[in-house]
Ligand binder design. Structure first.
Ligand code: G3P
Ligand code: MG
Length: 384
């Protein structure tokens, strides 16, 4: 296979290093496996070297994505070894600012799949822009992209909009639909409707649809991106401007939607920056979430004989195709266990050496390899 002679002696003890694999541009181009990926992953399985899938992709339940991956790459992983862009949103169910019982507006490439994901996580009140459009079609004076969504799928309490003064009193507000937070799970499909409703909510009085927050006086527009308790209203799961799909040139990702909304917000608020919470690679929250999952998976499945076996992984090799997300995240993440994250860039995705894009301190990889198989081989040699 070209890999076996470089593997450490089939150790009795599972080695204390592992891998984090980006998916798009490293293992797959959309539905198409990248050559060598399956063979390389199977070898790690044979030597019980732990790995996790760490993707900025999303829009399906983790279980559905894992089933897709197992079928396409002919491997056998479980959701224990899988983190996608919005997986860490589950942490918003807990704690003093839990959003479990709040009303969440969710969007992505398929409204109903997004609603299903967030309900499946445990959030209890989940709406989509199609529900709002169905309840009040005049909110968006153009044809709904998807005829099926004209009817909406969740009937909202009516009326959900009543023309009120900018400072409505509590009786008037009670007639309004209140959205407490907006989640973006993957690449939105209907940017026009989504941006219109997101902007309405960000400019609203505390998330009440149909109201308008004064732009002067004691509440600056900048606060409109935040709840009264300082919690963000807007949550993005991925900031990738570009990603590597089947087309030969990179495609716009969820980050492009963010820039579109931020540009419109900047214009309608005379220069305010869009306040939002972002997770996904390169953000530390996602790497910490992934490191905990990889460690737990390793401890559950490793084989150890010595009683002084390592308690945490010594190194994690982050194999990615995007310097701005995969590599920048590995370079910037300060592990809570002192684990070394090593960013390895491959040339099968967003980046290739013919591009004239210079690396920065943040995006410079420890190593560049042509593909995932070569990247694994380099890491195994480095581990000796
Ligand atoms: O939407 C997917 C894209 O943002 C990148 O996914 O697997 O390369 O992190 P991935
Ligand atoms: Mg990628």
């Amino acid at each position: 296979t070209g890999l076996a002679e470089n593997l450490p002696q089939e150790s009795i003890d599972s080695p204390a290093f592992g891998f984090a694999f980006d998916i798009d541009g490293v293992l797959l181009h959309e539905k198409n496996p990248i050559p060598g990926a399956t063979e390389a992953l199977r070898l790690l399985d044979r030597y019980r070297i732990p790995y996790i899938m760490l993707t900025n992709g999303g829009g399906k339940r983790e279980s559905e994505r894992v089933a897709d991956l197992n079928e396409k790459l002919r491997i056998k992983i479980t959701t224990e070894s899988f983190v996608q862009s919005h997986t860490p949103f589950q942490e918003l169910l807990e704690g003093p600012n839990s959003l479990r019982d709040k009303t969440i507006l969710v969007t992505g490439s398929d409204y109903e799949k997004c609603r299903d994901i967030i309900l499946h996580y445990g959030f209890r009140n989940v709406l989509t822009p199609a529900d709002i459009f169905a309840a009040q079609p005049s909110v968006f004076p153009f044809q709904a992209v998807n005829k099926a969504e004209e009817k909406g799928l969740v009937s909202l309490p009516k009326p959900i909009f009543v023309k009120t003064p900018t400072e409505p009193n509590s009786t008037e507000l009670a007639k309004h639909l209140k959205i407490d937070a907006m989640f973006v799970l993957n690449d939105p499909r209907d940017w026009a409707l989504d941006i219109q409703i997101f902007a309405d909510l960000l400019l609203s009085h505390q998330g009440y649809m149909g109201t308008y927050s004064p732009r002067n006086g004691n509440r600056s527009v900048a606060n409109c991106g935040w709840q009264q308790d300082g919690q963000p209203k807007l949550y993005f799961s991925n900031s990738d401007l570009l990603w590597s799909a089947s087309y030969h040139l990179p495609r716009f990702g969820q980050g492009a939607f963010q820039y579109a909304l931020a540009g419109i917000w900047n214009r309608i608020t005379d220069g305010h920056e869009l306040q939002r919470s972002c997770i996904g690679k390169p953000f530390a929250e996602t790497y910490r979430f992934a490191e905990r999952k990889l460690n737990a998976h390793w401890k559950k499945n490793r084989r150890i004989t010595k009683n002084n076996a390592a308690t945490e992984l010594k190194s994690v090799y982050m194999i990615g195709d995007n310097p701005e997300s995969d590599i920048a995240g590995a370079n910037g993440y300060q592990s809570e266990n002192g684990t070394e994250w090593v960013g390895v860039l491959v040339e099968t995705g967003v980046w290739n050496k013919d591009m004239s894009v210079a690396f920065t301190k943040e995006t410079e990889p420890k190593r560049i390899e042509k593909d995932v198989k070569s990247a694994i081989l380099w890491a195994l040699r480095r581990e000796g």
